[in-house]
Ligand binder design. Structure first.
Ligand code: DX5
Ligand code: ZN
Length: 228
């Protein structure tokens, strides 16, 4: 398992926005640009109204890069696919707290397989839904759009959850807790997320649309560093 929790700022390009005809090259482009980890969205056309990648894409990414693979399961029954994605090479498996599974059991199963477990909450889900599981996780992903599609407009309302999660994790004694944001993250929205307490930033469109991804990641880091 490749951990990245100890890192202060984590930038994760989202493969969903990559050129689908050249995925391996696009993964290398993210690594060469200085990304810390790769975010891979898995959708089932049920939990969200869209389909995306399956386990073979995670296997391909594992062969292609040494970056940690952050696998976001947007599935009604993520518990049925934990072994599949652990075997495919996921370093972190993120499950949605709203999904139809026994959350604590699923998080423990992920950990038992040597993969870092994480929870995801949708924009309208309260941060309180994460609190019963804080002892089982070192990472929470706050969606800043409704999951299912890239390129959507950033929602600022969920930032109150980010603030509350940061306070809760600190009170719980988790100083290195990773709070990730996902959806509409770009050079204009990243600062408010960092100010709210996020330290990990998924960006699809904002990074993959740039010919010079390295400069954009450097700009992200510069903007974030000004907030601390
Ligand atoms: C949306 C996905 C995101 C998506 C983000 O359901 O979870 O990871 O790729 O895309 P952008 O950064 O374009 O909003
Ligand atoms: Zn995602």
């Amino acid at each position: 398992m490749r951990q990245y929790y100890a890192m202060k700022t984590i930038i994760l390009p989202s493969l969903l926005a990559a050129d689908a005809g050249h995925l391996a090259d696009e993964i290398k482009r993210a690594e060469d640009a200085g990304a810390d980890a790769l975010h891979i969205d898995i959708m089932d056309a049920a939990f969200v109204p869209n389909l995306s990648f399956g386990p073979h894409f995670v296997e391909m990414a594992k062969r292609t890069t040494s970056m940690p693979l952050n696998v976001h399961l947007m599935l009604n029954r993520p518990d049925l696919y934990i072994e599949t994605f652990a075997n495919a090479g996921a370093d972190t498996i993120q499950i949605q707290v709203e999904s139809s599974c026994i959350v604590s059991k699923t998080l423990k199963r992920i950990k038992a397989l040597g993969v870092a477990p994480a929870l995801v909450i949708n924009p309208e889900t309260s941060y309180k839904s994460v609190l019963p599981y804080l002892e089982l996780i070192d990472e929470c992903l706050q969606m800043t759009v409704y999951p299912g599609y890239g390129g959507q407009k950033f929602k600022s309302e969920p930032l109150s959850n980010v603030r509350a999660l940061r306070d809760s994790a600190t009170a719980f004694g988790k100083a290195d807790f990773t709070i990730m944001v996902d959806g509409g993250i770009d050079r204009n929205t990243i600062v408010s997320c960092a100010q709210a307490g996020a330290n990990a930033f998924v960006a699809g469109t904002a990074l993959y649309s740039k010919t010079d991804m390295k400069s954009e990641i450097e700009l992200f880091r510069k903007l974030i560093s000004k907030t601390s």
